[in-house]
Design a protein around this ligand. Structure first.
Ligand code: C2E
Ligand code: MG
Ligand code: MG
Length: 265
């Protein structure tokens, strides 16, 4: 599989899917997360949870990650131009990418190549990445910040990061891991963790997004506790480029309908 993965990018087998992020109050789309898929001609669609670790072990994640970032910036820029609204684009960064001394140059090159405004790019770094595995983590994130990008801490609550570490990381947002969200209405301890995370994020002047929002009960709880944004199957699954494009067209049509008569021609 590793050797097949080596050819995936060149053979045009990789796809970027997009999952909307919505405001907790209005449920309007304010951003999307880019999620890679591998469409193997014989094996079918392979989940990133399975092939990203392979890509990391072989170092292929460096070129795959750059490809995902470039592709997503091209798509997001086209959506911006087509609809005029500035959705935030979230892209995952692997620890292996963060260890590359030229990561910041790569990101800067992709931004200038695609013309995508760094202000609307949010790089997601999973909480389990520690300063032990990536010694220059804080410096790299600072440099990405200096480019104008935003930083989000992904899968928050699952790693062993200390609160001091969180304070030192130049992160704009925290993404609460789905393992806690899933237990809303089931486990009062996890509910307490979700509440505490939202409160802590806000006190540290960070935004907070909940992942894995699947049912109304999750939505009600997160809304009642002041979570800013939500992402999950309740709103939408990750969609291929064309389907996400349709979703944005539909949104534009509804918004236009609210402001001016809809043109049925
Ligand atoms: P992640 O960054 O935490 O992404 C969220 C994952 O949760 C996605 O899985 C998404 O499809 C899934 N998800 C969203 N809403 C729900 C929900 O309501 N219920 C459930 N059960 N799941 C939900 P996906 O796309 O399979 O990606 C898995 C992980 O693979 C990602 O977790 C991320 O760590 C990694 N990944 C995906 N794309 C990339 C990439 O381009 N680069 C890197 N380095 N990692 C990536
Ligand atoms: Mg993510
Ligand atoms: Mg996550």
């Amino acid at each position: 599989l590793k050797s097949k993965l080596r050819h995936a990018e060149r053979n045009n087998e990789l796809r970027v899917y997009y999952q909307p992020q919505v405001r907790a109050d209005s449920e309007d789309i304010v951003g999307m997360e880019a999620l890679v898929r591998w469409e193997h001609p014989e094996l079918g669609t392979i989940s990133p949870a399975f092939f990203i670790p392979l890509a990391e072990a072989s170092g292929l994640i460096v070129s795959i990650g750059a490809w995902v970032l470039r592709t997503a910036c091209i798509h997001a820029k086209a959506w911006q131009e087509a609809h005029g609204f500035n959705l935030r684009l979230g892209v995952n960064l692997s620890a292996v990418q963060l260890m590359q001394p030229n990561l910041v140059d790569t990101v800067a090159d992709i931004l200038s190549e695609t013309g995508f405004d760094p202000q609307h790019l949010e790089l997601e770094v999973t909480e389990s990445i520690s300063v032990k595995t990536v010694p220059n983590l804080v410096e790299s994130l600072d440099a990405l910040h200096a480019l104008g990008c935003r930083i989000a801490i992904d899968d928050f609550g699952t790693g062993a990061a200390s609160l001091d570490y969180l304070r030192r990381l130049p992160a704009d947002r925290i993404k609460i891991d789905q393992s806690f969200v899933r237990n809303i209405g089931v486990d009062p301890d996890d509910e307490a963790i979700v509440r505490a995370t939202i409160d802590m994020a806000h006190r540290l002047k960070r935004g907070v997004v909940a992942e894995g929002v699947e049912i109304e009960q999750h939505l009600d709880f997160l809304r009642a506790n002041g979570c800013d944004e939500l992402q999950g199957y309740l709103f939408c699954r990750p969609l291929p480029h064309l389907a996400f494009d349709k979703l944005l067209n539909e949104r534009a049509r509804i918004l236009a309908g609210g402001l001016a008569p809809v043109d049925h021609a």
